[in-house]
Design a protein around this ligand. Structure first.
Ligand code: PTJ
Length: 249
């Protein structure tokens, strides 16, 4: 058993655990109420994907790991859903890739920023960025434009999970390499990503971390070959095909 009173053998264990974490996030002031709706939307796609990491998502996770290892300044962006669902997994990925962690919220309040930073620190994060907010993403007129100048502002590779599409597009416009985690292969975020990982964040982050550890000793040319071989169009098409025509077990 984990943090819910349901055995891991239960067929809906992962889904129930995810719901529990999101609910808990709302109660703790970490997740916004809109986050509940976003989770419901994600669950629908996950159900149609068979609630598993399909091979194209695993390839995307490997390409993401290679990008993060090649990066000069990688940053993992965290919102209220990510903080509730995968706080420890985010810290683990940051450790495996040398990435910074930065909180960035659509429904930004100082209380939520602080609650999320505290939650991440309780899960082992040493430094959490996002609270200084001395940088701006050009072309955005909402709270997500606020970034740390020495965090997302200076990043060359950014992991952007569970977002609406306009910040993803604005970051791409700034020339940053974007790794998006989103269960909807048709979302604007997935469409603007250098690497779209069409998978549940609960599975996706540990998969990227496992690939990063596996590639820890790879040289630059091996990492570049993985990055160059990856095709974002193909990965989105494979996920869309799995959703439209997949047979549920
Ligand atoms: O914490 P805040 O204030 O920054 O707000 C965060 C939310 C998530 C509420 C905000 O970014 C939002 O409204 O997002 P959207 O527009 O609903 O988009 C969220 C996307 O993430 C949708 O395409 C969902 O399908 C997808 N999604 C939801 N849950 C998961 C997911 N993708 C992967 N794993 C999930 N668990």
């Amino acid at each position: 058993m984990d943090d819910i009173d349901v055995p891991e053998s239960h067929p809906r264990y992962q889904s129930l655990l995810t719901r529990h974490r999101i609910e808990d996030g709302v109660e703790k002031g970490i997740t916004s109420q809109q986050g509940l709706i976003a989770q419901g939307r994600g669950e629908t796609f996950d159900y149609l994907l068979g609630e598993e990491t399909i091979p194209s998502a695993d390839d995307a996770a490997r390409a993401a790991a290679a990008h993060l290892l090649l990066a000069d300044h990688p940053v993992l962006s965290v919102n209220g859903n990510v903080a509730a669902l995968v706080p420890g997994e985010t810290v683990d990925l940051a450790d495996a890739t040398g990435a910074d962690i930065e909180v960035n919220l659509f429904n930004r309040t100082e209380e939520r920023m602080q609650a999320i930073a505290d939650h991440l620190r309780a899960h082992g994060a040493e430094t959490v960025k996002g609270l200084t907010a001395d940088g701006r993403i050009p072309g955005l007129d909402h709270e997500r434009a606020k970034v740390d100048a020495d965090g997302i502002g200076a990043a060359d590779v950014v992991v952007v999970p569970l977002e609406d599409g306009d910040r993803a597009a604005a970051l791409a416009e700034m020339g940053k390499t974007e790794i998006v985690v989103d269960l909807n292969p048709l979302s604007r975020s997935a469409e603007s990503a250098t690497v779209p990982i069409i998978d549940n964040i609960i599975r996706a982050l540990p998969t990227v971390t496992a690939h990063a550890r596996d590639l820890a000793d790879a040289d630059e040319s091996q990492l570049r070959a993985i990055v160059d071989e990856f095709d974002p169009e193909e990965t989105r098409a494979a996920a869309e095909d799995a959703i439209r025509s997949g047979e549920l077990a």
